[in-house]
Write a protein that binds this ligand. Structure first.
Ligand SMILES: Nc1ncnc2c1ncn2[C@@H]1O[C@H](COP(=O)(O)OP(=O)(O)OP(=O)(O)O)[C@@H](O)[C@H]1O
Length: 234
């Protein structure tokens, strides 16, 4: 059977001539349906670049990136935008919520553009925020705002949920709750989550760990028995 994601010799360069930076160099890996994957690497290793390519935020320079049967190398900018809007959920380090919309409206904004969305209220209930639907982002804590951004991502009912350092701005306990939500989402929905992080201590929670150093794959391993987040200490 085909893998859910198949990346072959993916290279992403920025700049030209002697100023060229190869942020991703000849990267190849496969991700199977239902895997929670952690992409691990130091600052500048090329993690965000890879996530941006997988999510259609950026074009790859060469190679092949196939996501659920769609070859991203063949998509023009407009097609990549459609792919990103309809198929991908994003969670960022700093939430990126619209400040003058309520929690519910922020989530509705995302569900409205998806083909088979989940009800915005159900997404907020899934992250434990049903009582905060009419609050504005500024009235919520950092952890609550991140839960809204996860609700916004899952309300699209995406094939693929991408999270770039999602606990980077949160304290330990809150960060743990957020990681728990990702693990539950993968295991309950059998969909795919990819988390980018520099924190190697959370590796055991993943089904699949891909380490990147200097734009290249350093290791690619699978955990047959991932640790539940509540049992993880870091
Ligand atoms: N738009 C760009 N223009 C030029 N160089 C870039 C651009 N985006 C990324 N790079 C370079 O590519 C390399 C990888 O960057 P990337 O942001 O992917 O790393 P990262 O692993 O996500 O790092 P961090 O954890 O610090 O966010 C870096 O050397 C960076 O300077």
């Amino acid at each position: 059977m085909e893998s859910f994601i198949s990346v072959k010799n993916e290279t992403k360069s920025f700049g030209k001539g002697s100023h060229i930076v190869n942020a991703n160099k000849d990267i190849s890996f496969e991700i199977e349906t239902g895997e929670l994957t952690i992409i691990l690497g130091a600052s500048g290793a090329g993690k965000s670049t890879l996530l941006n390519v997988l999510g259609g935020m950026d074009h790859l320079t060469s190679g092949s990136v196939n996501v659920n049967g769609l070859e991203l190398a063949d998509q023009d900018t407009k097609e990549l935008t459609t792919y990103r809007r309809k198929k991908i959920g994003f969670v960022f380090q700093f939430y990126n919520l619209v400040q003058n919309l309520t929690t519910l409206e922020n989530v509705e904004l995302a569900s409205e553009i998806a083909d088979q969305p989940m009800a915005a209220k159900d997404a907020l209930t899934a992250v434990g925020l049903e009582s905060r639907m009419n609050n504005f982002p500024a009235q919520l804590s950092g952890g609550e705002q991140q839960r809204v951004s996860i609700a916004r991502a899952i309300a699209k009912n995406p094939d693929l949920l991408l999270a770039d350092e999602p606990t980077g701005a949160l304290d330990y306990k809150t960060g743990k709750k957020i990681l728990q939500l990702f693990q539950d989402f993968t295991h309950q929905s059998h969909k795919n989550v990819i988390i980018v992080t520099h924190n190697s201590l959370i590796k055991p929670m993943a089904d699949h760990v891909i380490e990147i150093t200097d734009g290249q794959i350093k290791s690619d391993t699978r955990n047959s028995d991932p640790t539940p987040v509540e049992k993880l200490e870091w």
